[in-house]
Write a protein that binds this ligand. Structure first.
Ligand code: PDD
Length: 286
């Protein structure tokens, strides 16, 4: 089955989807996006993803092109038209096509694009071994809470980890943990789960919320507060979370083992809870 995408009102094969070069997404990176995982063709936490999309649109002062009920219908249709059972739905809205001018154009319809790729979650081997991460100074802008398509900072940082043979980069700003290039980061010290609070420096991850809910349900003590670089470097466990990585242990940081260099007991508990939770949600949706 060919990959089917949605562009401005129509479904079509990917190779037929075209946008004009003056699209402000292309010229300025002027747009927002979402990545929504779907398990067994059921989108996971769709209302939460749509609420975050709404916040992103508000933050960049773009009128929502569709109501939540329409987004929901389109996401389901896109999933049905694509082959994989587990998919990663990508949805993007840009400020449309206009003569190049930094100021917002008037009366221009936004460009709405959606595609879906097979969802590739970490292999069992990676989950059992954990991944490597490096550290870097977070040099991105001060609105990392908005899911904007202009991701050059994230791409540059992510590539550093690729060059170092690592899964992810753990970022610090002014000596405190922010997040990964495309994930949220958690630390465990003395059995307590430490997570940076949601503010303008981190993306409010949908998976981050799930992890905190599962930790609370499993009676893991949680501290939502600024986490210092020293606390991260001396952590017993480090994890990352995202819609595609789910929850994954980071077992080396800058080449040094995190704790004993293996996924820790709190990680194992929450990873298991996450898998159980997913199965429960899918059963309810079926
Ligand atoms: N990225 N922080 C950043 C900078 C991210 O890009 C992401 C997700 C997250 C985790 O958010 P969530 O749990 O809602 O996926 C945190 C997506 C997967 C991406 O850009 O592909």
């Amino acid at each position: 089955m060919n990959e089917i995408v949605y562009l401005n009102g129509d479904f079509m094969p990917l190779e037929n989807a075209r946008i004009p070069v003056l699209d402000r997404g292309f010229i300025f990176g002027d747009g927002v996006y979402e990545v929504i995982p779907a398990y067994s063709r059921h989108p996971f936490r769709l209302p939460e993803h749509l609420a975050r999309l709404q916040r992103s649109l508000d933050a960049i002062r773009l009128e929502p092109p569709l109501a939540d009920a329409e987004w929901t219908r389109l996401v389901h249709q896109l999933i049905e038209r694509n082959a994989a059972e587990d998919q990663a739905v990508y949805l993007q809205v840009t400020r449309g096509v206009a003569k190049r001018d930094h100021a917002f154009p008037k009366g221009v319809p936004p460009t709405v694009f959606m595609m879906s790729n097979p969802l590739v979650t970490p292999s069992r081997e990676l989950v059992e071994r954990g991944g490597a991460a490096i550290t870097a100074t977070d040099f991105r802008w001060l609105r990392c809470d908005v899911k904007v398509i202009s991701l050059l900072g994230n791409c540059l940082l992510r590539q550093r980890s690729v060059d170092a043979g690592a899964e992810e980069v753990v970022m610090f700003r002014d000596g405190y943990l922010t997040e990964g290039s495309s994930s949220n980061i958690f630390a465990v010290r003395g059995g307590v789960l430490l997570a940076p609070p949601k503010n303008h420096l981190v993306l409010p991850g949908i998976t981050y919320d799930v992890v905190l809910e599962l930790a609370a349900a499993n009676k893991v003590p949680i501290e939502l507060r600024e986490v210092s670089e020293d606390e991260v470097r001396g952590a017993d466990e480090l994890w990352l979370s995202s819609s595609s990585k789910e929850v994954l242990a980071v077992t080396t940081l800058d080449g040094h083992p995190v704790g004993d260099g293996k996924p820790g007991p709190v990680f194992k508990q929450i990873h298991r809870a996450f898998q159980d939770f997913k199965r429960k949600v899918m059963r309810q949706a079926a």
